[in-house]
Design a protein around this ligand. Structure first.
Ligand code: TGC
Ligand code: FAD
Length: 432
């Protein structure tokens, strides 16, 4: 009877593993350990999610990765700080942009599927994930959640195809972790009815130099409340909007970053988000982007594990032994693989809860902080396995380490997420 129950269970699980008798317990035969999916997360994803992941992984490995160091394309993106904006068009053609949005020519996939896309992109380079996240989660996500129907219908389908690029302007030169103190203002246009004018500076803004659609958070001069505005670059008179790039970054070099300088920049009232005021506007957009980073940074860490494992198996020291034979090297691989596996399961859980409407923002802070921190710590440890070769950009590991420092910093620096969690745990605010 137990065998029959076991066979039925095996059929239900669609598995061919056979039952074995161990004392009075019936167990499935052990499956081989897969270091690429140590805790079997692939069993949790739906067939559709796996198919989306496969599309994203193939595109990223075949068409994105060769751009990073110029193997197939002349861009050498990381070395030359060159962001090829055609990447977003290509992702748009595959339906990967704004993928969780329902309607407006977007795919309407699950949060887990969008996480898998993000993981595939960041496996290649965090800079590409940055460009993708800002377009999808921050700019398109903001317009979808808070924009008028007219704005959504006019902008989202073109943004979904990567024909219009977006950016998200919250951080200012004097206000990063504390955006509530921002100085950028909006006030009614002095002579043009139905318009506002925006003045102020935003800095460290991903995609700003190439963005057509700039989502800007500014304080209404009359109320002091933060409101969201969509600036369309082609509607700005000369001299009212400048977006100079910030060059010579030592991380995220395959992404383009810049400032946004607004001098009485006119914006139609219809481009102001009508129903959201205060920080919950930008933070709601950030919930989705921070969730995506939690998946993405694990993709980068998984790439570090794969590269370090391959190197350790090939590199020989002391009596012709591969360095993978040495216990200290194995521990680094074990630590990183474990943290990557735990990170994916945590991100998966939050993704499912997100789609069921059961996610607290603090859960997102927890996975953003933990996955970024563990990815950075482990990538730094794995870097040691490469010895002097770690210093050459051809081995890819130093690039991930430099990028992962940035992921730990933006969308709320890790210590800030510690304080968000600390406040939720104790009920006491520690920011000021
Ligand atoms: P606080 O009192 O905490 O909140 C103010 C209002 O906002 C609401 N809120 C949220 N709503 C939705 N989701 C969340 N996650 C929310 N967090 C807060 C809150 O309920 C409240 O609403 P109301 O109605 O009562 O007004 O505000 P605070 O000023 O004390 O905030 C402190 C702190 C530290 C939590 C916050 O300022 C913070 O998170 N700082 C970090 C800044 C940050 O994340 N910046 C990101 C810039 S964008 C970016 O980096 C993009 S990089 C993209 C890329 O390239 O990939
Ligand atoms: P600060 O706020 O000055 O913080 C400096 C340090 O002090 C941090 O370690 C912080 O944790 C710590 N600190 C601050 N306050 C406290 C406190 N109360 N208690 C304990 N520690 C504290 N922003 C956007 O709006 N849009 C973008 O697209 C965007 N893209 C970016 C791309 C890149 C490459 C980078 C580097 C940044 C980007 N940012 C973007 C900005 C990013 O969000 C900010 O850098 C980040 O929020 C931190 O702000 P800050 O740099 O001003 O640091």
């Amino acid at each position: 009877m137990f065998r029959a129950v076991c066979r039925r269970a095996a059929r239900q699980l669609n598995t061919t593993s056979r039952c074995a008798v161990v004392g009075r317990r019936y167990l499935h035969a052990p499956v081989p350990f897969d270091w690429k999916d140590p805790l079997g997360a692939n069993n949790l994803f739906t067939e559709e999610e796996l198919a989306i992941a496969e599309t994203a992984e193939s595109y990223c490995q075949e068409r994105m990765l060769p751009r990073v160091l110029g193997a197939l394309y002349p861009t050498e993106a990381y070395r030359k700080e060159d962001f090829d904006k055609k990447i977003l068009e290509e992702m748009g053609e595959l339906g990967l942009l704004g993928a969780t949005i329902q309607g407006y020519d977007c795919a309407g996939v699950s949060s887990v599927a969008s996480g898998l896309i993000t993981r595939a992109v960041e496996r290649v380079d965090s800079g590409y994930r940055s460009g993708y996240s800002v377009q999808s989660a921050l700019a398109m996500g903001g317009i979808e959640e808070f924009g008028t129907e007219e704005l959504r219908e006019r902008l989202l389908p073109k943004m979904a195809k990567g024909k219009l690029l977006g950016c998200f302007g919250l951080t200012e030169p004097n206000h990063g972790s504390d955006p509530g103190s921002m100085e950028t203002t909006a006030k009614p246009h002095p002579s043009k009815k139905g318009y506002y004018v925006l003045s102020g500076s935003k800095t460290w803004i991903t995609n700003s130099p190439i963005a057509d659609v700039l989502l800007i958070w500014a304080k209404l001069e009359s109320t002091g409340k933060i409101r969201g505005f969509v600036i369309e670059r082609d509607q700005c008179p000369p001299g009212t909007l400048e977006t100079p790039p910030i060059k010579n970054k030592n991380g995220l070099r395959a992404s383009i970053t810049g400032m946004i300088q607004m001098d009485e920049c006119p914006v139609p009232e219809a481009n102001m988000f009508p129903d959201v005021e205060g920080l919950k506007g930008p933070f709601s957009c950030l919930n989705s982007a921070r969730y995506g980073i939690a998946w993405g940074t694990i993709g980068a860490l998984e790439d570090c594990v794969a590269r370090a494992r391959e190197y350790a198996l090939e590199r020989k020291q002391f009596k012709d032994n591969p360095i993978a034979k040495y216990q200290l090297v194995q521990k680094k691989l074990a630590d990183a693989t474990t943290d990557a596996a735990y990170g994916i399961l945590a991100a998966y859980q939050v993704g499912r809860l997100k789609d069921e409407g059961k996610v607290a923002p603090e859960m997102i802070s927890m996975i953003k902080r933990q996955n970024c921190d563990r990815a950075l710590v482990n990538a730094r440890a794995l870097q040691e396995i490469f010895g002097g070769n770690a210093v050459s950009d051809e081995y890819g590991i130093g690039r991930h380490v430099a990028n992962l420092f940035v992921t730990q910093t933006y969308e709320g620096q890790s210590d800030i997420h510690s304080l968000i969690l600390g406040r939720a745990i104790t009920g006491i605010q520690a920011f000021c």
